[in-house]
Design a protein around this ligand. Structure first.
Ligand code: MFK
Length: 597
């Protein structure tokens, strides 16, 4: 949905009543939540410098960019695959909407990747970049998917690429020139394993050791954004000396491959078929047969999973933000509708139950925005600060917060998107309004880049690998934020601060009480959500303290948000329900009394 001139409501003999449609206005100017987060996180001079750009972009995303998105979403323009030409030659051409190509060019021109790597504002560049992504995402018909993988690929190249790779690929991925700009895919998932990547069948054989050239063959079951110019992919390395492979994830290496050869033909890729998906309709997702795809190994052999994790840890932040922006846009439409729609003798925005429902969603929007931008700020710091202890701590915090953010934000944000649809009644369910698409696209973010359970297991992985230190550090950082907030205003913030302290106790108790690994695993999701709830609480508290200190006009609503969040009965919900007994009961209740776990 984009800006349109609403017809004046009128009653005519033919059609009767015509509803004044909801309208969007400049998506930056209209977004107090985003603006205040940026005010808190950015130095004044940085915000002053970037604000005109955010303002112009806030206008663009409801005009030409929204029109490009609509063009992509038109079912007549959905991606199509032509496998053979008239003479039975295999061509594997994927046709995409013109809007899809235009969204690519806009992304380059607007610096949606470049801003992060030009680092004009050092660590704050990430916040600037993601503020633009935040505005772009809900209008972009999921072009944010190829962009997220491109961003991750650029980071991997920056970290472990050779000078030659940086010159050839990094410069393209981070270019502002649409003619030079390239996007990258990221291929992991195969038929035997989506979450369990260690079951990968695809193999890579050395063909030119001097030039690090490999030939990759196998089958990739989900390749998102297949029309990208290059890709990062995992394959099992055949040891050139012994001609053997190592099973499991330790046998996987990361490879970089271009999609096409210099003559324009596909680089050992056949498109088996396009996926028929629930959402992300404009995104060309395909099954791919690889037969001798020429590729370069990136990083050391056998380190494929940790190396590709640098991409995942970025795309996971995009996924969280993707849901936040879906909610933000749905809520903008629902709020505009509420100010125009009459029911039971009143405008919807004067009906207390309707307003109460929207208020709940608004608080979820604030909480999830806070978590997402916190992760973004940490990402910027880890990329730009000098290599000292503080940066190491930021790394650890980012590693822990990323799976929490992806799992928790996507889950509660998705439910809120569904509620926002309901706030528009039957019209919310109609395709033309735009909320249906946002809801479908929000759903995928809970799945791709790791399902909620995979992310919850990742939280446990971090706890295990750091021997619990990550949690200690998480609590230390959050406790400091609470103490700083109380220094600003004991009186107004002590209620919420006390609840946060109680939440820490609950989390500690769960970890101490989990006597065996099994309850720990089965409680991983509850633990992750509890960490998400407490992180949101602390960040909302920090925002409220900042508003008090600076006399921000939004102060009252920030205080309401943090108090409501912490006083919600769900906030202190006892998470310690997982025990050895409950694990056995789960199996019985799902699969019957003969079941054993
Ligand atoms: C708007 C948003 C757009 C988003 C667009 C995305 C479109 C793309 C669509 C897709 O590609 S969807 C496919 C996404 N696939 C996944 O997310 C895979 C999900 N599965 C996991 O994440 C598994 O947990 C994992 C593959 C990582 C399990 O692998 P392993 O090898 O069985 O795990 P293991 O043995 O615990 O860890 C191996 C190493 O990786 C360890 O390092 P060391 O070898 O040094 O000890 C781990 O520390 C490291 N590692 C694992 N996850 C990590 C990580 N390191 C850093 N960050 C992580 N997240």
């Amino acid at each position: 949905m984009h800006r349109s001139q609403p017809p004046t409501p009128q009653a005519t003999a033919d059609t009767g009543f015509l509803q004044d449609p909801p309208q969007l206005i400049n998506q930056y100017d209209d977004d107090l939540v985003l603006k205040n987060i940026l005010k808190r996180l950015l130095p004044e001079d940085v915000l002053r410098t970037i604000e005109p750009d955010l303002h112009q972009f806030g206008e663009r995303v409801i005009n030409d960019i929204a029109a490009m998105g609509d063009n992509v979403e038109d079912p007549n323009n959905h991606p199509r695959l032509k496998q053979y030409d008239a003479w039975c030659r295999r061509v594997d051409e994927i046709t995409v909407a013109q809007g899809w190509k235009d969204l690519n060019d806009v992304a380059a021109e607007e610096g949606l990747i470049a801003i992060a790597y030009e680092r004009k504002f050092q660590e704050y560049s990430r916040i600037y970049q993601f503020a633009k992504q935040y505005l772009y995402m809900p209008s972009s018909a999921m072009y944010s998917c190829p962009l997220s993988m491109t961003d991750g690929a650029a980071r991997v190249l920056e970290l472990i690429g050779t000078d030659e790779m940086k010159k050839k690929y990094f410069t393209r991925l981070t270019s502002r020139d649409p003619k030079k700009f390239w996007t990258s895919g990221q291929w992991m998932t195969e038929r035997p394993g989506g979450s369990d990547v260690g079951r990968t069948e695809t193999q890579a054989e050395s063909i030119d050791p001097q030039n690090n050239k490999w030939s990759v063959s196998g089958f990739k079951w989900f390749s998102s954004a297949t029309t990208a110019d290059m890709t990062m992919l995992l394959a099992r390395t055949i040891d050139p000396q012994t001609n053997t492979v190592v099973q499991g994830s330790k046998g996987l290496s990361l490879y970089l491959a271009e999609m096409r050869r210099t003559d324009g033909s596909l680089n050992g890729v056949q498109v088996h078929r396009l996926k028929n998906k629930y959402g992300t309709k404009g995104l060309p997702t395909a099954e791919l047969q690889l037969s001798g795809m020429e590729a370069y190994m990136l990083g050391r052999p056998g380190r494929g999973v940790p190396n590709i994790a640098s991409i995942l840890n970025i795309t996971r932040i995009y996924a969280a933000l993707g849901v936040v922006t879906g909610l933000r846009r749905s809520l903008a439409i629902a709020k505009s509708f509420a100010s125009r729609r009459q029911a039971f003798g009143k405008q919807l925005d004067k009906l207390p139950l309707h307003v109460a429902t929207l208020a709940e969603l608004e608080i979820i929007l604030r909480a999830t925005s806070q978590i997402s931008f916190y992760a973004v700020a940490l990402l910027g710091r880890t990329e730009c600060l000098p290599d000292n202890d503080e940066r190491k701590e930021d790394f650890q915090m980012l590693r822990f917060v990323t799976p929490v953010a992806k799992a928790y934000v996507c889950k509660i944000g998705l439910n809120a998107c569904s509620e926002a649809m309901e706030a528009l009644g039957g019209q919310g369910y109609m395709e033309e309004i735009g909320v249906a698409r946002l809801l479908r696209d929000a759903q995928v973010n809970t799945i791709w880049e790791g399902t909620t359970n995979v992310l919850a297991m990742d939280v446990l992985r971090v706890l295990r690998e750091t021997k619990g230190q990550a949690l200690q550090h998480f609590k230390k950082v959050l406790s400091q934020k609470v103490a700083d907030a109380l220094n600003i205003s004991q009186d107004r913030l002590k209620g919420a601060a006390a609840k946060i302290q109680q939440a820490f106790t609950i989390i500690d108790r769960f970890i101490q009480n989990a006597k065996s690994q099994l309850p720990m695993e089965v409680g991983a999701r509850q633990l992750t959500f509890a960490l998400g709830r407490v992180l949101a609480a602390v960040l909302l508290l920090e925002q409220a303290a900042w508003a008090i200190q600076t006399g921000n006009s939004n102060c009252e609503s920030d205080l309401i948000a943090v108090n409501r969040w912490c006083n919600d009965p769900a906030f202190l919900k006892d998470i310690i329900t997982a025990t050895d007994i409950s694990v056995k009961e789960d199996a019985v209740i799902v699969f019957g009394s003969h079941s054993k776990l």
